[in-house]
Design a protein around this ligand. Sequence first.
Ligand code: IPM
Ligand code: MG
Length: 356
Amino acid sequence: MQTYHIAVLKGDGIGPEIVEQAMKALKQAGQKFGFAIEFQEALLGGCAIDQTGVPLPQETVDICKAADSTLLGAVGGPKWDSQPGSNRPEKGLLGIRSALGLFANLRPAIIFPELRSASPLKEEIIGDNLNVLIVRELTGGIYFGERGRCTENGVEAAYDTEKYSVPEIERIVRVAFQMAMKRSKKLCSVDKANVLESSRLWRATVERLSNDYPEVAVSHLYVDNCAMQLVRNPKQFDVIVTSNMFGDILSDEASMISGSIGMLASASLSAGKSGLYEPIHGSAPDIAGTGKANPLATILSGAMMLRYSLDQPEAADAVETAVSAALKKGRTCDIAAQNLPVLNCTEMGDLVCSLI
Ligand code: IPM
Ligand code: MG
């Protein structure tokens, strides 16, 4: 029997409880479709700081590199807010993205028909099948550019730098074109080319590469306009490609349109096959341990892993169908519905498993 080795980074806050549910769902999918999964846990984020002093121990990088793929919960929390910027839990997350070369972050914003009424937008604006894919550059730009503190004329100042090279732009834009080819052949590139030089290079690169994908209709939007268009008429979008920071912001906005930030999965991919899969939400320390966390985004991240890294598309479909079916039977409190029982995190995980 095929056995997959999966590195598991549960992280902090609600991380452990949501990841447990996704591990159960992956095991269940394996049982149904005839493969085995072995998990190996490693430390990342605040829990790693507590146990080793640093947010990303080398051992974690080694375990992830040796695995077929990596599943991640979430990192961070108030406990580590006093850490210096260079040793915060988030630094561990950026470090693992960089160490694994995960330059392409796919963040689908999908609306489950069952959750249409949970969206803050009017039903006629979101329509029936909202499905926007945000392709976010993940290992460059201002997140990784030169930064620092300085004193200028006796005044304290700080700076961060947005910088992109042509090869960095090309590889992420090609991923987006390939995604667009598999979908509705529409690609919107988002930048701030009216102000930023790095955006002008980004836009010119997209224009040049579009010659290689003549079937794809390419448009460009400034990020402020895109933020507005996402709530005015989200149906106009199919694939959006953008820089690290713009993608961070727009993907939170797009997730809310779909009802709850607790529903959205993500895949972070490198040039190779393995990848890292995580919900797009954070560690929600305020509800950790209360059972209120919604595990569906993490379970759906497991489905993306089955599809993109493990070549098990049928198992991926089965997990996604089970999530849809579960939404008709019960809800975690973030998406509670009047006529359905409120489930805690473990109960929701069990329900999905029973439907796989
Ligand atoms: C995300 C998060 C991270 C990011 C934080 C936790 C560093 O917001 O994955 O979107 O900004 O990339
Ligand atoms: Mg974010």
